[in-house]
Design a protein around this ligand. Structure first.
Ligand code: 5FA
Length: 149
């Protein structure tokens, strides 16, 4: 998997929203999810996700971001859904596409190893962490996944 830098290939909707793709990573027994720390707010937990690019499918973007940010490889088991954020960041609204991914390999070395922490959490802990950070779309994606709770 090749990691990418920059935003010149960023995909936008016809309405000008930034398209972001990511995964809810589950362990094989589907009772934990792997959260990562935000780069801009290192104390806050998020789900691996990032800008979808024009020359990829949204699913490919989600898998690439999952590798770059979390060092995780696995199988996409469902599309969880599309979640809109009406708030504007850098003048743009965001539309998130989230997939569920069951982990097959967690690398010890990955592109953003020195930028991010990773932590497995059961549903309640992960959902609360995302809600406490006001990451409502990420919390909703986790809620809509097949994680056991
Ligand atoms: N941002 C912060 N809170 C947001 C929210 N509730 N809804 C939508 N966007 C929100 O920050 C990533 C970007 O998202 C920042 O520009 C922030 O203002 C905005 P983050 O989600 O805390 O993650 P991060 O700091 O680790 O940044 P990246 O994951 O690297 O950035 P992107 O998700 O934009 O992806 P990309 O740069 O890999 O394409």
């Amino acid at each position: 998997m090749v990691s990418r830098k920059g935003r010149e290939n960023q995909l936008y909707t016809a309405e000008g929203e930034r398209v972001v793709a990511g995964t809810v990573i589950l362990n094989a027994t589907k009772d934990k999810t792997l959260l990562i720390s935000s780069e801009s707010h290192p104390k806050k937990w998020i789900i691996p996700k990032g800008g979808a690019e024009i020359d990829e499918t949204i699913e490919q973007s989600a898998l690439r971001e999952t590798w770059e940010e979390a060092g995780a490889i696995g199988k996409i088991t469902q599309k969880i859904g599309v979640f809109r954020d009406d708030a504007k960041f850098n003048g743009k609204q965001t539309v998130f596409h989230f997939y569920e991914l069951v982990l097959s390999e967690l690398a010890d070395d990955w592109p953003e190893k020195y930028k991010r922490r990773r932590q497995w959490m059961p549903y309640d802990e992960a959902h609360s962490a995302l809600l406490n950070n006001k990451r409502y779309q990420l919390a909703e994606a986790l809620k809509c996944s097949n994680i056991s709770r």
